[in-house]
Ligand binder design. Sequence first.
Ligand code: GDP
Length: 336
Amino acid sequence: LPQAQELQKPRLLLMGLRRSGKSSIERVVFHKMSPNETLFVESTSKLRKESIVLSMDLEIWDFPGHLDVDDPSFDGEEVFGGSTALVFVIDAQDDYLEALQRLYTTVTRAHKVNPEISFEVLIHKVDGLSDDHKIETQRDIHQRISDELADAQLDNIHLSFYLTSIYDHSIYEAISKVIQKLIKQLATFENLMNILCSNSGVEKAFLFDIMSKVYIATDSSPVDMQSYELCSDMIDVIFDVSSIYGPDTQDATLSPSSNPNPGNGQGHAVIKLNNGMVLYLREVNRFLSLVCLLREDNFEKQGLIDYNFRCFQEAILDVFRLRKHGPGALKDKYSH
Ligand code: GDP
């Protein structure tokens, strides 16, 4: 029988002081709220649990800023157990010493309960900082927290740092990376994407969770911010247009899956750019789309690319079937 931990959904814990920006991050990334509207968002006042990144069955838990992890009523086992990423948000525009203190107590407590937990520190609201100031702030925060952990002989605890803002793509990029650490099949996805790219003349490809616009995998060539932004903007353009002008406009504002043929895995779109590159989007299933960036002359062999894509799509869907139903799911397919 599966262990209780395996039945638990992987989750992302959003923690940090009040007004650090937790609710705003959640609204902007997972609910498509525009950043300016977050000025009026109510600060997180009680624990909220929500399913996000539907393709991966991932939950987000948004904690109130006054949460005290040392309070006896706080159930550390329940919160920190299982497959979990702890995202700690620090307001970089404010004095962060208190936040660092809280980060330290949270990290040490969580690590005691679950040494497998991944710690992700968002140095947030960096839109107000100059480039030099950003780097200096990150260095300072890294140094202070490492010193404290070293003093307590806990330097085996690893923390990752990200500079983020809801006013640009940096928050999506950071959340994407955090989520990828929770995906057990990441290496398989990456491998499949490498094969697809090298056989189809694709320069860069992202597998996007459509609703949240986080990417759950990419090929192993380095991610440059500009291609990521282009691919992510394409998701917005295509799904906005298709939800407004698609044949079935009823409920169209609810989700891209209210398209006439939800998730039939056939949807695709092409955008030719003025620099000789092409953006090519293909729907994988109801929740996932692949977006590729490639040179226009390579796109002339679209038949080949489409054939390779179908093989890729089949393999990805097999991975999901395996995840859901275990090895038996593919018995018929591969038994000969
Ligand atoms: P919470 O208490 O941690 O949930 O914080 P909120 O989400 O309520 O955010 C507090 C304030 O910070 C709000 O007025 C947001 O508009 C603002 N905020 C959040 N993220 C950013 C950001 O990236 N840059 C800037 N400049 N302000 C932000």
